[in-house]
Design a protein around this ligand. Structure first.
Ligand code: ARG
Length: 463
């Protein structure tokens, strides 16, 4: 639609309205309506402050604050008519306020600009996402602690290069993810604390000549303080970038865990059984139970990291202060946040519901010469050999077992002695996987006793 009337908000300088294509590229209302509640909260705080500072009178402020609640209820009730001609959520709300309360609505925009307004709204929206991520991460960590608690002593193979390395415990493996998601939690908390400064009152870029009280609006909106430089305040999108980068790292962790669940739930591994609630079937192959949730979680990093890169590219090279490029900041953040929260919730559900197949885990733990390191360590500890020699002797025994088609504990004492005649039957004690994991008592090691200490520590941290 090409409108020949000029814009209501700045029509004074304009003789003609925008071209339809201009309107299409310029308007953000289709997506920034997600910030309606934040916009109204910001405007209500601003109006109260203007009255407290005697910049507008109390009755105008009351009318504005009440009218904004009416607008909010229309939006929440789904009866609000969004207009593309009014560009964005800020002007849509203000125009509707004018229809409802008349002349006082025109006083709301005193001492502020859409530049500090949008920065404030977006910050409030992103701040909620930090909080939602914290909630989601805490729930996932608790689900992992539940699994770790149940299986602190269950043995399974530990891998490097996805080749059997040494036996570990299920609890230890679950707790590795607790550490990862725990760092995500701490990154989200750090970034939230850093971003919690109010841009409101920075106005267009230079501040304002009105005697505003930025402390008051900051406090009303739950910010720790007003931001200290008005140029920075309207042009800063670090908070969104920090959210996206913390979200990307978290999504990368989710993706790694999802990949393990895909592998573990395969018929070849059978380490875990995923619940029906988080699996799908195949329309053609009746035997199939597919780990779709895990696969989708594995993929979410693509769009979340994509959003991170996209916003970084939008922001690079922008001169101070506000540029319209920055309107391109929102959609990607909305999408990334939605998908991070969904992925966290789906992972939490899968972890809570999945059951480890202890027998398969134990059988796999003992295969693949997983206790070869224990044998080498025994040669060092008991026979006093240098580790390099012990490594070589053990390697020859692995080769022998491989040739015989058996595992290390199945070799006879004579066969053992053929590699080094100091070896005694005591060596068989260390070749069992239970003994192997129990012996890994170093701090942070896989021994169930160590794992239980970490579980207790984390329970103390997350409640
Ligand atoms: N819709 C705009 C945005 O998202 C609001 C700020 C517009 N400011 C301006 N000076 N045109 O960035």
């Amino acid at each position: 639609m090409t409108d020949t009337t000029s814009n209501k908000m700045w029509g004074g300088r304009f003789a003609a309205g925008p071209d339809a294509i201009m309107e299409a590229i310029n308007a953000s209302i289709s997506f920034d309506q997600r910030m309606a509640a934040q916009d109204i909260a910001g405007s209500r705080a601003h109006a109260a402050m203007l009255a407290a500072q005697n910049i507008i009178n109390d009755s105008d402020a009351d009318a504005i604050r009440e009218g904004l609640l009416t607008v909010l209820s229309e939006i929440e009730g789904g009866t609000f008519n969004y207009s593309t001609a009014l560009e964005d959520i800020h002007m849509n709300v203000e125009a509707r306020l004018k229809e409802i309360i008349g002349e006082p609505a025109g006083r709301l925009h005193t001492g502020r600009s859409r530049n500090d307004q949008v920065a404030t709204d977006f910050k409030l929206w992103v701040r909620d996402q930090f909080d939602a991520a914290e909630t989601g991460l805490l729930a996932l960590i608790k689900a992992l602690l539940g699994q770790a608690d149940a299986g602190a002593g269950w043995v399974m193979p530990g891998f490097t290069h996805l080749q059997t390395a040494q036996p570990v415990t299920w609890g230890h493996h679950m707790m590795a993810y607790v550490e990862m998601f725990g760092r995500d939690l701490s990154r989200m908390r750090d970034a939230r604390a850093r971003m919690n400064e109010s841009p409101l009152g920075a106005a267009a870029l230079a501040g304002t000549s009105f005697p505003i009280d930025r402390e008051m609006t900051a406090q009303a909106l739950g910010f720790d303080r007003p931001s200290a430089n008005s140029l920075d305040a309207v042009s800063d999108r670090d908070f969104a970038l920090e959210f996206l980068s913390a979200a990307s790292i978290c999504a990368m962790h989710l993706s790694r865990f999802a990949e393990e669940l895909v592998i573990w739930s395969s018929a070849q591994f059978r380490f875990v059984t995923l619940s029906d609630r988080f699996s799908t079937g195949s329309s053609i192959m009746p035997q199939k139970k597919n780990p779709d949730a895990a696969e989708l979680i594995r993929a979410k990093i693509g769009r979340i990291m994509g959003a991170n890169v996209a916003l970084m590219m939008v922001m690079k090279g922008l001169p101070l202060a506000y540029s319209k490029d920055m309107q391109e900041d929102k959609e990607q953040v909305f999408d990334a946040a939605d998908n991070l929260m969904l992925a966290l919730a789906a992972m939490e559900g899968m972890v809570k519901d999945m059951s480890a197949n202890c027998d398969s885990l134990a059988a796999a733990a003992g295969s693949g010469f997983s206790t070869a390191t224990d044998l080498a360590d025994w040669l060092v500890r008991v026979l006093g050999l240098p580790f390099r020699d012990a490594h070589h002797i053990t390697g020859s025994l692995v080769a022998l077992a491989e040739k015989q088609g058996c595992d290390l504990p199945d070799l006879t004492i004579e066969q053992m002695k053929s590699a080094h005649d100091g070896i005694t039957v005591d060596v068989f004690d260390v070749l069992g996987v239970e003994n192997s994991v129990n012996s890994r008592m170093s701090y942070g090691g896989t021994a169930p006793e160590q794992v239980r200490k970490q579980i207790a520590r984390w329970k103390g941290l997350v409640g």
